[in-house]
Design a protein around this ligand. Sequence first.
Ligand code: AMP
Length: 113
Amino acid sequence: MTDSIFQKIIDKEIPAEILFEDDKCLVFKDINPIAPIHVLIIPKKPIEKISDSKKEDTEILGYLLLKAGDIARELGVEEAFRLVVNNGAGAQQTVFHLHIHLIAGREFSWPPG
Ligand code: AMP
């Protein structure tokens, strides 16, 4: 896998507004937010998309969801937020490094577009 823009953020080659970082994941603000709160939660492991994840990724995938809950609480939006994972170009994935969108701070509708 060639380095994606998110790998460059992990490697600090390009800047981002980082909210949280540890050895397993990085959380930073989306550069083009679609809601007052829009952050991205990514694994440091370079998994291109959720359908590429393997059994060995069980722990990191669970960790990312737990982290999403932590971040939502820290941002005070734990009662109403949405997590989105776009998988593949046909689902509007544009950056091929797995990421969870955490979106909050506005009205939601269902179904999503
Ligand atoms: P997706 O379409 O699901 O692949 O989402 C990719 C997201 O990455 C989009 O919401 C972009 O706005 C966001 N994005 C792209 N480049 C950057 C960047 N340099 N810093 C922060 N967010 C970015």
